[in-house]
Design a protein around this ligand. Sequence first.
Ligand code: BTN
Length: 256
Amino acid sequence: MSDLHPDLPFSGLTHSYYHSIDSTNEEAKRICQSVSLPHLVLAETQTRGKGRLGRTWHSPEGDGIWMTLIAQNSRPPEELYAHTFAASLAVATCIERAVSLRPQLKWPNDILIKGRKCCGILIETAGGVVLYGIGINVNMPALPPDLSATATSLQIETGRQIARRPLIEKILSDLRSQHERNAAEILSDWRSTADISGKHLHIWTDQEEIDGIAIGIADDGGLIVDTKQGRKTYYSADVRVREFSDSGSSSSGDKQ
Ligand code: BTN
């Protein structure tokens, strides 16, 4: 019997539970027009978990939270970035309460503990709905060697197993509150929580790989960076915060 107790409702929502599915985001897209909203899709394992920028998301059975909340999307296109920041604020707050460690927010929507990623968020929109895809590495005692330098789990950081169901319930409750807020408030909270200004960044995009200093987050959610080629604003990129001890090696974009 799963510790998720999928026979019981989650935070009063309707939900679809799968032992195994290709991707909870993909399933959410398939069912979003035929379920009452908000609706939760969750699975014990994903065979084709999706990450940002076309990556795959490692989703082993029973060890993580792999879920997608489907909600009505009432934001105009220029405010879609607010979904991303809303989700990362909600999840980071709940992880902090669950493990008593302060996570860091990394633009646009990663959550790290001690510099390694424990959660990724994939926001998609489809036919008037927003899909909040959330992946949290919870009870993995170790990660595969190709991920362990950049990723971690709540169990690795705390040395103990974390109950998944109460964490999911809290995230859903916080996420529903964030979902109701206006974009400017969410952005303001994200800016002060992430505290990114002045950090030395290494940035990868399809076109370039470059170092720069973070200036802040633009009103449309873009990342503003001063680079040797001038001031730039990024909307889709991979970012690593550089420590002063970094050698400058360019080998480690996030893999998860
Ligand atoms: C990223 O950091 O690249 C985003 C990862 C998002 C992973 C979650 S797991 C649940 C949901 N279903 C997916 O296929 N992806 C998201």
